[in-house]
Design a protein around this ligand. Sequence first.
Ligand code: PLP
Length: 411
Amino acid sequence: MTNPAVLQSKAITSPADAQGATMAAGVSAVLGTYRPAAPLFTRAQGCRVFDSDGNAYLDFASGIGVNALGYGDPGIVAALQAQLDTGLVHLSNLYRTAPGELLARELVAHSFADRVFFCNSGAEANEAAFKFARRFARGLGGAAKHEIVALRGAFHGRLFGALAATDRPALQQPFEPLMPGVRFIEPGDVAGARAAISRARTAAIIVEPVQGEGGVKPLPPAFLRALREIADDADALLIFDEVQCGLGRTGRLFAYEASGVTPDILTLAKPLAGGLPMGATLVVERVAAAVQPGDHATTFGGGPLVAAVALHVFGRLADPEFLAGVRESGAHLERQLDGLCALSSVSEVRGSGLMWGMELKVAAGPVAGAALEAGLLVTAAGEKVLRLLPPLVIGPNEIDEGVAILHEVLS
Ligand SMILES: Cc1ncc(COP(=O)(O)O)c(C=O)c1O
């Protein structure tokens, strides 16, 4: 046995002792697919998290765009408690429960979509989108009409289908062969899109209206409009992946609203259930009509506990006053960030709402590390982009405090 976490726990008599000693030593039995920062976080409130030594950190990361309502939101706690009190945490999709049906109704009422499939993550939502698109396309053009067109710089997740549409050779190559039938085009390249998309072969085009992991890059509305037209000409579906940029993050309920272009399929996840795992794939009726019982499924998807919490979260995020608040806070953050553009380490600041990227002239990872030491959680998106995704409930003083820390670490 070579795992130090396990070796160490052998000398300890109670499980609590073992846990404490293992954590104190900074040794973990969790598989090393992550390289977490050193502090051990033990509680959180509002827009702040606290480590085991009682140090407070202001959060400009929101658990990578998840904690839109911050930490300890009383409505989330109440929704959780009320559902727990019913005893129905899970029942399976073999039986009907109310929270998922109510949530689907709300998502449909506030969007272009007619039906919703629930799952447990962003990658799963995209996998479902690909399956529904292929199911639909098969009815139009047989098995040949199966290709997915994605964008350079895209990130759609790490399961085999989603990974195939993710433009990260370093993440893909160790696991090849991936799902075949994916072509990449450059963002903004309308001629390239026309050349890659065909009536005979293309099932769907997938894009993030604002590329998140690719460095917080909004796609030009004119390009989205062109893709809509090209998709229609080729009888291909347009999929928007709003796992990161959707649900209020850009100051609108859905990022696509800024372009006036509606997709045929939309994927959501991160903030949907307030930190509980949930994804959703929204589709128009003609796609829904092609999908048959048994075509796709997931044991946990849309279970009553996560759906009850999501119903509360979505109600908050869809409130026009809440969204106006996000735009106001976003405008404040933008003004403060503009002040940082004078620093020699910063080359550009871009974004909208509370989704911002700072293009640096230096590597972003060490800057995020220095910010953590100075009491600010912030993440990198790509090599030189520092990404700011504060909780959507952040106030102006907290924004100023976070930007002051950024100023200090970037100077
Ligand atoms: C746009 C986008 N799509 C999909 C995913 C994958 O989501 P998950 O990590 O929940 O599988 C992410 C995650 O960062 C994302 O940003």
